[in-house]
Write a protein that binds this ligand. Sequence first.
Ligand code: SF4
Length: 314
Amino acid sequence: MDFSSLLNELDILHDCALCPRDCHADRFTAKRGYCNAGTGFSISSICIHRGEEPIISGSRGICNIFFTHCNLQCMYCQNHQISDNLRDHGPDEMQLEEVIRQVTGILDTGINIVGFVSPSHMVPQMKAIIRVIGSLGYKPTWVYNTNGYDKTDTLRGLEGIIDVYLPDLKYMDSGQADRLSDAADYPVVAGAALKEMLRQKGTALRVNEEGYAESGILIRHLVLPGTIRNSIEVLRFIATELSPLLHIGLMSQYYPANRAFSDPELSRSLARKEYARAVKAMEAFGINRGYIQGLASYNHYRPDFNKNHPFEPD
Ligand code: SF4
């Protein structure tokens, strides 16, 4: 197959303003932008993942494509092995043919849902993957699994392409967004991004007869230790500025990782009463389409991207 016309999509990376960092870097050169990503298919793993919410993972799992690098650098990132922009990710660039071979290999097992994890800085590469797989006759549900730090213009270009938006909404506190993720404008940017997703998809989350999400939005919020006020403001924003009818995954899976050990609050796990306050706030704001994680769930979410399958024991 000749992929050359598809790869024209990558031309916009000569002057990259894909995400809110607005670097205007030429990613075809060694002078990269904030995410330090080039123009290749920088992927750490393509695997079946069963640890997402039930309507995303279904009974068989989702085919997840994990991109390396990230446009946020969260000090507590649980995927820091692949998201740290200053780290040498080794030979992480895959040929498009190999990406297609691995994804279609998983689709051929009967799984019909594909998630792009941390795609905000890789949108042209993601679109190329979608177009090639579509041209081969596959019609999976496409899931955009993002940290929420997305530009609305870039999201507009995904209308009619992405089926399910799976965004984080991490902060409504600009100071915390700055301190923990180096993005003081996160509340404004992510708020606008989620409004754009809502414009495209509405509040309904359509589920097929097998129990998999087919179209819609599921917002995730990870409750962090010592930042419960931020969590309450996030939930308030969802209920009042978006819609209390949206589906929410309230996550308790936090454990200290990456640079979190240097922070007095983040170096501990989440207290039961902190999570209970977040659950109570969710109820008080009238959000009742939610997934509440068990507090012990942090034991099940410790990926190791040095392994072939980051989420399964050797
Ligand atoms: S995708 Fe990367 S290079 Fe492009 S604007 Fe965002 S951080 Fe900068």
